[in-house]
Every structure is written in C-alpha cells, then in structure tokens.
Design a protein around this ligand. Structure first.
Ligand code: SF4
Ligand code: SF4
Length: 163
C-alpha cells in the first residue's frame, strides 16, 4: 500500500515547475520516491538477513547507517516553495524580473549560455522532465504525469490516482 506521507509529497510537487523549466514532480528528492525506495530496500535487506551474507570486508553497519540517513532526509518542498538549490541564482534573477519561466526572458547572458543549460541538461541526464520553450505548463504536467506512470511502476510512483 502506498504511504500517505509519500503520496502527499508527490501532490505537493506535482504542479511545480522551476524557473529553469525542471519539473519538481519528477524529482525523487521531492516526490517521495528516494525515501520510499530506500525504506523498502532496507526492509528487503532485513527480511533476507543480508548482513549474514555480506562479504567479510563489507562494512554493513556503515552501509545501514547510510540507508537510515537517506530516509531521514527532509523532502524537498519544490522550487516554488524555496526548495531545490540553496541560493539559486536562476530563481533569484527570474523572481526579481517577475518572470515565472526563464524561457520568457529576453536577456541573453551567461545564465542562458551556461548555467541554465547546465541545470537543464544535468536534470535530463538524471531522468527529470524539463519544460521546453513555449510549452504550456498545464499540458506539460498532464503529459508528464502519464509518462512518469509508464516510466516508473505504480509501486514507486506515489500518486493518489490509480495508474
Ligand atoms: S532551484 Fe533553481 S535550478 Fe532548481 S528548479 Fe529552481 S530554478 Fe531550477
Ligand atoms: S537573466 Fe533571464 S534567463 Fe537568465 S536567470 Fe534571469 S530570468 Fe532567467
């Protein structure tokens, strides 16, 4: 059964698209997937008593501590609620200009040449969804929702809707 807390996490980020175009709904740090997967992985390890099987030189205690540490990480609240990169220059600049989306910006400086592209391509590489120029935000989120459900089985995508 899906954990309510993780369902809430997804509901919180699913309508948030960062100023750079990254969809927070597809980020495992905010949508609850990383924490839930880690929890289930730990349960599986316990159920199989894997510590008795691990190679002698493997520090199972440290490994276990790492899994617990990931589970205790706070869920990211999403870019529009102050999550994402601390002190993000892109967010600060777009907010100051009153823009909800950097693709609407007429300025063509270092941000567009380097920083924005760096963030967007890095996000795509990590499997996140990124909005293209002129794409309708609402339509993009709807399309991404179904793409995400096809990409991630329902057991790890904590939407409140049935797939
Ligand atoms: S914090 Fe910055 S890089 Fe992250 S999603 Fe928001 S605008 Fe993009
Ligand atoms: S100058 Fe424009 S494109 Fe660059 S970060 Fe600011 S709002 Fe975004």
């Amino acid at each position: 059964m899906k954990e309510k807390q993780e369902t809430d996490a997804f509901e919180n980020v699913k309508d948030q698209i960062g100023f750079c175009g990254i969809w927070c709904g597809s980020c495992v740090v905010g949508n609850g997937v990383l924490r839930e997967l880690t929890k289930r992985y730990k349960e599986l390890i316990n159920a199989y008593d894997l510590k008795d099987w691990a190679p002698k030189d493997f520090d199972f205690g440290e490994f276990y501590k790492g899994l617990e540490s990931i589970q205790s990480m706070s869920l990211c609240p999403g870019c529009l609620k102050g999550g994402g990169r601390d002190d993000c220059e892109i967010r600060a600049c777009a907010t100051e200009k009153g823009l909800e989306d950097c693709t609407l910006c007429k300025q063509f400086g270092r941000c567009k040449l380097e920083l924005l592209e760096y963030m967007r391509s890095g996000a795509r590489k990590a499997g996140l969804f990124v909005k293209n120029q002129d794409e309708d935000r609402r339509e993009a989120v709807q399309r991404w929702m179904s793409e995400l459900q096809a990409k991630w089985p329902c057991c790890i995508l904590f939407t409140s809707d049935k797939p």
